[in-house]
Design a protein around this ligand. Structure first.
Ligand SMILES: *Cc1c(COP(=O)(O)O)cnc(C)c1O
Length: 337
């Protein structure tokens, strides 16, 4: 594979059946529907066995490795690592997961529990990346990147196939955006299956790498800072091969949300939709609640990408307490609709 095709995404769906959950529920959110003044649906990707959509791409990439492989490695802010660990365990393969010290402890433990080795290296995704590359070079492990690899992008794109089958009348899609494997794969599929759909990538104001790259017209370095949407942290790689071009060509807009907006959206998903989700998953709701999308044509779908949230932080948020993020304090307020 050196360019993505719809056939790759269809093949990925057959390959990952039985490993990742397919046809995850698409359920109405009466609360967000009132806010948006159109029907809003939530795609519940936290229903994956690993708690996040990343299992789709990881399962596809691991399934493509030859029999008798030395094992797999990756660097990850958490959910990709967990997915690789799960998919590798399913094939009886060794997995070594490299991550930066910014990753929450809950995520580190989740990955160890799946039987993988965890290596904590440095304070940025780039340092974790370098260690993963070294393991690939020196120990012959297959490196599976979190977003910028075609088998991963094709796996995430299977969500796009499901969305048009579940709701052929979908008009707007909100996708949490970080490295762009998710948004790139889904938008690629949907722009072929239903070109009229408006696809908006949503990310946090603090450290939005893909947004900065799209503005500059090329991948650029960014400073990583802690965010409630920790799964959206990290750069896109200065040597980005696929996801930058896919996002540039297939996304209609990119919208940024603040930490306060993410905080409020996590509360709303909890109190209104009865959903426990990560900050990264709440950015679609955050953009709708903040009125940042202008007039939206419905039906609208927002992808609730994962539930691997640090429960200390989560309970602070639902109880309206302040949350400290490095040098920033997100001021707490009790939830009121
Ligand atoms: C990885 C991740 C994203 C973003 O996906 P990209 O492919 O990096 O854009 C969104 N939400 C969650 C929960 C994630 O783990």
């Amino acid at each position: 594979m050196n360019a993505l095709s719809l056939a790759d995404i269809l093949a990925a769906r057959r390959r990952i059946a039985g490993i990742a959950a397919l046809d995850t529920p698409l359920v109405p959110s009466p609360f967000l529907s009132r806010i948006a003044d159109s029907e809003v649906l939530l795609k519940l990707e936290f229903a994956q066995p690993t708690g996040a959509f990343k299992l789709r791409g990881a399962a596809n990439a691991v399934a493509l490795l030859p029999e008798g492989n030395a094992g797999v490695t990756c660097c990850s802010t958490g959910n990709h690592g967990r997915a690789i660990a799960y998919a590798a365990a399913g094939r009886g393969m060794r997995a070594v997961i490299c991550m930066s010290s910014l990753v929450p402890q809950a995520k580190v433990e989740g990955i160890r529990a799946l039987g993988a080795e965890v290596r904590i290296v440095g304070n940025s995704q780039d340092e974790a990346q370098a260690e993963s590359e070294r393991l690939a070079r020196e120990e012959g492990l297959a490196e599976i990147p979190p977003f910028d690899a075609l088998p991963v992008i094709a796996g995430q794109g299977t969500i796009g196939l499901e969305l048009v089958e579940q709701r052929p009348d979908l008009e707007t899609l909100l996708i949490p955006l970080s490295g762009g494997g998710l948004a790139g794969g889904i938008a690629f599929a949907l722009k072929r299956l239903k070109p009229s759909i408006r696809i908006v990538g949503i990310t946090m104001e603090r450290g939005a790498a893909m947004h900065a790259a799209l503005r500059a017209g090329r991948p650029v370095g960014i400073t990583e800072v802690p965010s409630l949407a920790d799964s959206l942290g990290g750069g896109i790689g200065l040597e980005n091969r696929h996801t930058f071009a896919l996002c540039r060509d297939c996304l209609d807009d990119v919208v940024l949300v603040s930490e306060e907006e993410i905080y409020r959206a996590m509360q709303a998903h909890y109190f209104e939709d009865r959903i426990v989700c990560e900050g990264a998953s709440a950015v679609g709701a955050a953009a709708l609640m903040a009125g940042k999308l202008g007039r939206v044509r419905g039906p609208v779908a927002s992808i609730v990408t994962g539930r691997n949230v640090d429960m200390k932080v989560f309970t602070d948020i639902v109880n309206g307490r302040d949350v400290q993020l490095g040098d920033l304090v997100v001021k707490g307020t009790p939830y009121a609709a």
